[in-house]
Design a protein around this ligand. Structure first.
Ligand code: 3NM
Ligand code: MG
Length: 503
């Protein structure tokens, strides 16, 4: 199973023979990506291996730019040559089990299915998704014997209710029948996750417009068949993509009063995502700095001048700048417990972002936070209750980081599953998350809950990409790579859509 989250809503399957005169094949694909296709399958039936690979590299450069997975039809060798995100195999292609052995667990493998039995076998053998078809006759594929129709698709879905995997339908689909298919095949328990389309996109005079219209219809139908819960997650991810762009556009100032262990990493991470760090601790400039549009980060790691921190937080609140607190080691000593209470009582905090030990200790849940390491109970229910209750009590957003991160505003709760195991091995990675959350709140004031989710998501996804770099083999190289990938990821934030694992 792929660890990456895949959006199957609008799945373009290519066919070079359908490109209208005066247009190019690559141009049609690019226009479709501009129109929002969420997945691209390169399907070449008569192209020699060399030219196929050459062309696949070009398509890969495009899909990468748009943060969309590239799937290669049938040809594992081509998929491997261009490091595509997956393959799509038909019933007469390489067996799924063999393809999985070759590609490993992290590639997406989709299988064409026309019957309940084919679906059951593909699911048993570990398909990541099924292509169910053909729904209707189509001139794109000549040898269709008996199309499934909407009822046939529903019958196959029903047969997989106990063991569902994502599905797309294919064959003769366009704007005229998209809603009928998506809504009509819903079983009440499961529904198709998207539409796979060849001619209605490839042969379009304006593929961008065609895709925009299809996506509008698909989103409308999907919300009708009840993916409300997922919509919230999709919205959060979409918010994060836009939020990252907003930081680059606005370059907000983020004033840190942070601890001297992490000050340099905080400043570099802030720069990497496109915000402008200032690390002043001098009381005499607090008011003037607060008057600048941006955000404030307070970090309790090395508490030197609490009064100045409070003064700065209050000035920022007065100027309507969000204030983020990292309650580092807040349960460790009496002084820290008292200082935290002052921050909560005397400052109008926007976000409090700590590790599990810190947040549980704040909630009085025995999390004895010794020093800066995270201790605490990993039971999800305790975490969810803690962030929700604290958010309500303090009228702010609470973020808790750990193997799973939890964020709440007292009503909604998000759980983020991203993050590499190397993160806790570098000092101040939690402090870096708080810095980045401050950057996101600075440029995205319409929803501080989603801005906090976006900040945590950005660092944890960057950590996964950094850890996957070939030369990264421990905390030192990882630390450098993490700053690099924060920079890269926020330059191409569409990638968040591929990596995000949020509930
Ligand atoms: N596979 P259009 S039908 C590539 O039934 C393909 O598995 C099918 O093309 C299947 O969107 C098909 O132009 C062609 O109708 C779909
Ligand atoms: Mg095939």
């Amino acid at each position: 199973m792929s660890i990456k989250r895949t959006d199957y809503s609008l799945y373009l399957v290519t066919d070079r023979s359908l490109v209208p005169e005066g247009k190019t094949f690559l141009g049609q694909i690019e226009r479709a990506l501009e129109g929002g296709v969420t997945l691209v399958q390169l399907r070449e039936k008569d192209t020699e291996t060399g030219p196929f690979i050459d062309f696949a590299f070009k398509v890969k450069a495009l899909t990468r730019k748009f943060g969309v997975p590239l799937i290669i039809n049938d040809r594992l060798d081509v998929a491997q040559a261009v490091d595509a995100e997956g393959v799509h195999i038909g019933q007469d292609d390489m067996p799924l089990t063999r393809a999985r052995e070759i590609l490993g667990p992290n590639k997406i493998i989709g299988v064409s299915c026309n019957t309940e039995q084919e679906a059951a076998i593909a699911i048993r053998d570990g398909a990541d998704y099924l292509g169910i078809g053909a729904v209707w006759f189509t001139s794109t594929k000549k040898n269709i014997k008996k199309p499934l129709g909407v009822e046939g698709v529903q019958r196959i879905l029903k047969s997989m209710e106990a063991n569902p995997v994502p599905t797309v339908a294919i064959g003769g689909i366009g704007a005229k029948n998209a809603s009928e298919l998506l809504e009509g095949s819903d079983t009440g328990k499961i529904h198709i996750d998207g539409l796979a389309i060849v001619s209605a996109i490839m042969a379009a005079e304006d593929p961008k417009a065609a895709c925009e219209e299809l996506l509008r219809l698909i989103r409308q139908s999907l919300s009708k068949v009840g993916v409300k819960a997922n919509n919230t997650v999709d919205d959060a991810i979409q918010f994060a993509v836009q939020a990252a762009k907003n930081i680059k556009d606005k370059t907000p100032m983020v004033h840190h009063i942070t601890n001297y262990v992490v000050i340099n990493d905080n400043a570099n991470a802030t720069l990497a995502v496109g915000a402008s760090p200032i690390m002043s601790t001098n009381r005499q400039e607090m008011e003037e700095l607060a008057a600048v549009n941006g955000a404030m980060l307070l970090n309790m790691g090395t508490l030197n001048d609490v009064d100045t921190m409070i003064l700065a937080a209050q000035a920022n609140a007065r100027h309507k700048n969000p204030v983020v607190l990292d309650p580092v080691g807040c349960g460790a000593t009496k002084f820290r417990r008292e200082t935290l209470a002052r921050f909560l009582n005397e400052c109008n905090l926007t976000v409090v972002k700590g590790n599990a030990g810190e947040i549980l200790s704040m909630a009085g849940l025995g999390g004895k936070s010794r020093g800066v390491d995270s201790v605490g109970n990993n039971e999800e229910q305790i975490m969810v209750n803690a962030v929700k209750t604290l958010a309500k009590q303090n009228n702010c957003v609470i973020g808790l980081t750990g193997p799973t991160d939890y964020v709440s505003d007292g009503e909604r709760v998000f759980a983020i599953e991203n993050g590499d195991a190397l993160l806790p091995l570098i000092t101040g990675s939690g402090c870096m998350v708080s810095s980045i959350v401050a950057c996101f709140t600075a440029a995205n004031r319409d929803d501080y809950l989603l801005a906090t989710v976006a900040g945590i998501l950005t660092v944890t996804v960057a950590s996964e990409i950094a850890a996957a770099r070939e030369y990264v083999n421990g905390p030192g190289t990882f630390r450098a790579a993490l700053i690099d990938e924060l920079h890269n990821l926020t330059n191409s934030p569409e990638l968040l859509k591929q990596y995000a694992r949020i509930r």
